[in-house]
Design a protein around this ligand. Sequence first.
Ligand SMILES: Cc1ncc(COP(=O)(O)O)c(C=O)c1O
Length: 411
Amino acid sequence: MGRHLVAAIRLRHCDWPTTRGYYMIHVYLDDSATTKVNSSVVDEILPFLTQKYGNPSSQHEFGHIASQALTKAREQVSRFLGCTPWEIVFTSSATESDNMAIKGLVWERLAKGQSPHIIMSAIEHQAVTETCYNLREYFGCSVTRIPVDGYGMVDPDSVRRAIRPETAIISCLYANGEVGTIQPILEIANIAHEYGITFHTDAVQAAPWLVCNLENTGADLLSLSGHKVYGPKGVGVLFIRKGLRIIPLINGGSQEFGLRSGTENVPLIVGLGVATELIQRQRELGLNHVLTLRDKLIKSVLGKIEGVQLTGHPTQRLPNHASFVFENVDAMLLLDELSERGIMASSGAACSSRDIQKSHVLVAMGLPATLIEGSLRLTLGYETTEDEIDYVIELLPEIISDIRRHSPNFN
Ligand SMILES: Cc1ncc(COP(=O)(O)O)c(C=O)c1O
């Protein structure tokens, strides 16, 4: 391992004690799971924890300060999405936003005595799939899952064919987090609107990399998460197009225009607002750098290792996203081996990475179970360096061949 350590000297080390000590190398390639909070975001958040801690509903100076901070954050997010501040609702997460969008709309239709039909793509995040299945199980709604091709791409014509007179909502994510494929959502939104159907997109994974404004997405409902855009965890956004009626999931003190009760989490909302502002600048400055590194990584992995396949679309993919399946490799073992060397990666969605057999995205793309078992996702961030990518390129072929040598199927 000596020569790797020489290369590794240029890599980032931790200045806080981790389970593996202070000076272990850390190459973080798991931005799709979560991102590091930008230090400017932290600076903006801190005063709202310790000094400006008022409740935005209070009628005194601290309350006014908190309320003004909320207004500012709402304006920042509305600029990010190209909508008005009154169309922004702050939530606790993108999971809540997805639930609120789909349940809120469907409940409104149920309340009118209708029996809504829901269309979603086969590669939605669980925050959407489980919400739809809940509506099917407990409210009798019918749900259609639109299949994807081998690249994880939804065909807008299949969406059109699935529409019924009672279709209430179509949900299709902007980009998939497991394989990075970017979906033709504007086309799908236009089809939905042709039939007077509401269109929801989960733009969580797209937000750090793609322009998410309404012109590009055509969304009536759009979900975002703070911790995917270099902001804090535990805060999300739901954009609700003006005039669209949804029933709130959470009732109480009528915060967030009566749509999401509960005292607003001012520090996190402030952080999210600043993060959406910073990410637009980062995108302008850093996108090409990330793209170049990502392409180098993909080219090297495909060139240096046998029995490997890129998953997701070769070109219509997020600029930071590299995902593969390896023959004769147990991904759990691979993640452990990478982690031993300080490389943090993932296999499928982070929340289900211990359960990769069930990656519904890879299954929907038609990949056999044997390949799904060997899936690896490496997602870069704006801070990823060339030395870090070189370190991975140097180590990965060796790790893969070691695993294969010890695999019972190796010949
Ligand atoms: C596409 C997508 N939607 C929703 C979520 C859930 O976001 P949150 O952690 O804010 O609930 C994730 C998280 O990975 C995601 O990738």
